[in-house]
Design a protein around this ligand. Structure first.
Ligand code: ZN
Ligand code: ZN
Length: 368
């Protein structure tokens, strides 16, 4: 049995949501928010089912779902301690129930990033004003509580162990797909629900493709091998990339590796509460520029990690977020030389007042 994880503060989240709903601003205030993003519903209520709408009205919160989830919804909401009334309503009748719940409200917020066009049109038929909102719940999700960090850390630890176990297999002859399968298998055996995305194992020239899918190519001496992998524990994701060298590497590959290692260190050193997320990206980019490689760093430096593998804040040029203590982000610079190969190194870290604490701990001494 895995050790119990620190509890999460789910019961406080709805009152924090109401505070941001009532704030004046570009999109708020709204009296009532209709939450259609299932990850946001999970965050606010603990409910993990695949079909639900949450109505956060001024004085009550209702979770509407269907008969498949009758027992699960009440059990999970109770376990989370959320003050939510679960309503089991057959699919065809849910719209009418929703309209009834929205009866007394003046301004209804709809989650623009997740509601369907059809749902939004049907809700706009009522007399009250409907308003597109974005990022209200996601804004709350930016800062993780102790229980959330514990889950991400547990997911990261499972991947660290799995990668250490498959370490001896990262050798000539094995295919990318088999290596990915070995890793995924150990991640499941290690106690994860599943991987947090399709594991990337990209070898030789494939390592120059940032999001390559593992295929039938066999690892060869002289290859760079990029392995990007994460796990999920109790809904929370981890994310880590390591690049391995197979046998003796060409000098150019070693140079690339050292340059990305330096850039990643510079990025990690820039992470601190109060710093612009874009400054972390700039730190990585400047380091690669000094090595003449900035033009081959073709993606942003990182992203938030939580219930979603990619969530706010974005860590990239032009990102407007300021890092906050308790945010969990990745730092993952990479360089990709078409036809030659690529290197990416990624850690998931918790932002603190004076820096950051890594949650991913696998060795970076994979290229020597
Ligand atoms: Zn990754
Ligand atoms: Zn990532």
């Amino acid at each position: 049995m895995a050790p119990a994880l620190a509890p999460m503060d789910v019961e406080e989240r709805l009152s924090r949501l109401r505070a941001v709903m009532s704030e004046a601003g570009a999109q708020a205030p709204v009296d009532t928010l209709v939450v259609t993003n299932l990850t946001n519903i999970r965050y606010l209520t603990g409910f993990t089912g695949s079909a639900a709408v949450l109505v956060a009205a001024p004085d009550a919160t209702s979770l509407i779902t269907d008969g498949r989830y009758a027992e699960q919804a009440s059990t999970q909401v109770r376990a989370a301690g959320a003050e939510v009334t679960v309503e089991i309503v057959p699919g065809p009748e849910q719209h009418r129930r929703l309209m009834a719940l929205l009866g007394g409200t003046r301004r209804v917020g709809l989650e623009a990033e997740s509601i369907t066009w059809a749902q939004a049109r049907r809700l706009a038929e009522r007399p009250a004003e409907t308003v597109a909102t974005a990022g209200l719940v996601e804004g709350l999700r930016l800062v993780k509580d102790r229980g959330e960090v514990a889950r991400i850390a547990a997911a990261a630890a499972i991947v660290d162990s799995a990668l250490a176990e498959v370490g001896p297999m990262i050798a000539p002859g094995i295919t990318e797909a088999d290596l990915a399968a070995e890793l995924d298998h150990r991640i499941r055996l290690g106690g994860a629900e599943r991987t947090s995305f399709e594991t990337i194992v990209a070898s030789g020239p494939n390592s120059a493709l940032p999001h390559a899918r593992p295929g039938g190519r066999r690892l060869e001496p002289g290859d760079l091998v990029v392995i990007d992998v994460g796990a999920i524990v109790d809904g929370y994701c981890s994310d880590m990339t390591r690049t391995f060298g197979i046998g003796e590497l060409p000098g150019r590959s070693v140079e690339l590796y050292r340059a990305v290692e330096r850039a990643q260190r510079a990025g990690l050193a820039a992470v601190r509460a109060g710093v612009a997320a874009s400054a972390v990206d700039a730190a990585c980019r400047q380091s690669l520029e000094a090595d003449g490689l900035a033009e081959w760093f073709t993606h942003g430096t990182g992203h938030g990690v939580g219930l979603d593998i990619h969530e706010a804040p974005r860590v990239a040029a032009g990102a407007d977020a300021t890092l906050a203590a308790g945010s969990v982000v990745t730092v993952e610079p990479g360089v990709y030389l078409a036809g030659h190969g690529g290197v990416r190194i990624e850690d998931t870290v918790v932002v603190t007042d004076d820096g950051c604490e890594p949650l991913t701990h696998s060795s970076k001494a994979a290229v020597s």
